[in-house]
Design a protein around this ligand. Structure first.
Ligand SMILES: *Cc1c(COP(=O)(O)O)cnc(C)c1O
Length: 388
């Protein structure tokens, strides 16, 4: 359709008509029995999406950065040692938040587009007592995906709490929170969860809640403090209302719809579809000579691709691609910001969106003077999508 523009960025993403229609309903009181029921259902569904049957979910108005701060301040106290796995822009933000709240932060570095070696992380964890290991599941600035399962296993050897920034991953990348021993995994509504921006979503393990309850110093951020939010979440799940801060009523209702759609697809099917879509994008972009920021195939995310501009082109192709029907994102990591762009492919995106996006990229590259065989990316992506 002329003028139709797909939102293919790493959040906000394309939302389903059902989610958007829910947003448009008249706002209920946060004490309305219908809203209480829906809030309760959304909390229950979060456990299933996170694969954390004994986890404690939190739904709090705010963006993903609020979720980062909530995760950092509730289980870590001033003076605690925290180890950060560095994969890009958002690992640095997490380090800044921990430091602001008085933690002693050590960082395991990696080069752009790569991950620190797991042995290096293990060695570091054994070198002193770390309270928390913080991992960015998918770093949205590089498209690098960390091996959360292996890292969480390493952290368990030293009884270190594991915090996962899943803002660009939860409900797209495989995450088995409880089985893998993750203590806090959080995201924001506008990413793979598929709800307009405005909700910070966390699930905490029993161990994380115990760490919170046994802390010696108060939480150093009023709006983040679980002492106020925990009773609210417990009340709504018990189908009663409780108040600390007014819930984002329309967003919570839309969340309940979206989580229902995610669970209707099923988590295994959803992980597989994200992997298939990502493979199709990579096959298509490779076929016309484009390269990726992540250095190895095994560490490339399924939720977004970070792609180098081909020789002779730069960020000026992005408005062209938008005009041709797909809104993409520019670079984010300062060191290579002008050299690459990002395509989000998470949520409900299907074959038609992948093919339309590749078509828009081809048309724009062609008018920017880059030469390739027209249709090559579409045909390679189609072949990948048709693989059983
Ligand atoms: C988007 C994102 C954030 C920040 O979320 P906001 O909603 O923009 O505050 C944090 N971490 C990762 C990995 C992200 O992709």
């Amino acid at each position: 359709m002329i003028g139709k523009r797909l939102l293919m960025i790493p959040g906000p993403i394309e939302f389903t008509p059902e989610v958007l229609a829910e947003m448009a309903k008249p706002t209920l009181s946060h004490t309305d029995p219908q809203f209480i029921e829906e809030f309760g259902q959304a909390l229950e569904k979060m456990r299933k999406v996170w694969l954390a049957p004994n986890g404690q979910p939190f739904i709090i108005a705010g963006s993903g950065t609020l979720a980062m701060e909530i995760a950092a301040v509730n289980i870590t106290e001033p003076g605690d040692n925290v180890l950060i796995l560095h994969t890009g822009y958002f690992s640095e933000r997490m380090a800044d938040i921990f430091k602001l709240h008085g933690a002693n932060v050590d960082i395991v570095q990696s080069t752009v587009g790569d991950l620190p070696q797991i042995d290096e992380v293990r060695k570091k964890l054994a070198s002193k007592k770390y309270k928390t290991l913080s991992i960015t599941h998918v770093d949205t600035s590089t498209g690098v995906r960390a091996d959360v399962k292996a890292l969480a296993a390493a952290a368990q050897e030293t009884d270190t709490l594991v915090v996962v920034d899943g803002v660009c991953a939860v409900a797209g990348e495989e995450l088995r929170m409880e089985e893998w021993g993750v203590d806090i995994a959080f995201t924001a509504s506008q990413k793979a969860i598929g709800v307009p921006p405005g909700l910070a979503l966390l699930v905490a393990s029993k161990k994380a809640i115990e760490a919170f309850k046994s802390r010696k110093s108060p939480v150093g951020a009023y709006y983040c403090d679980w002492q106020y939010w925990l009773p609210v979440m417990e009340a709504y799940e018990g189908r009663k209302s409780a108040y600390f801060g007014t819930p984002a009523v329309n967003l919570v209702r839309a969340l309940n719809i979206s989580l229902g759609q995610i669970l209707d697809e099923g988590m295994e099917a959803r992980f597989a579809r994200h992997a298939r879509n990502a493979a199709a994008f990579r096959a298509g972009l490779s076929a016309i000579g484009l390269g990726f920021v992540p250095m190895r195939k095994e560490i490339m995310a399924n939720t977004l691709s970070a792609v180098y501009y081909p020789e002779g082109t730069d960020a000026s192709i992005l408005p062209l691609i938008a005009k041709n029907g797909a809104m993409l994102a520019g670079g984010l990591l300062p060191a290579i910001k002008t050299k690459y762009f990002r395509i989000g492919h998470m949520g409900m995106s299907d074959a038609s969106e992948i093919l339309a996006t590749l078509g828009a990229i081809e048309q724009s590259l062609s008018s920017a003077g880059y030469s390739f065989e027209p249709g090559a990316s579409l045909s390679a992506a189609q072949a990948a999508l048709m693989q059983p």
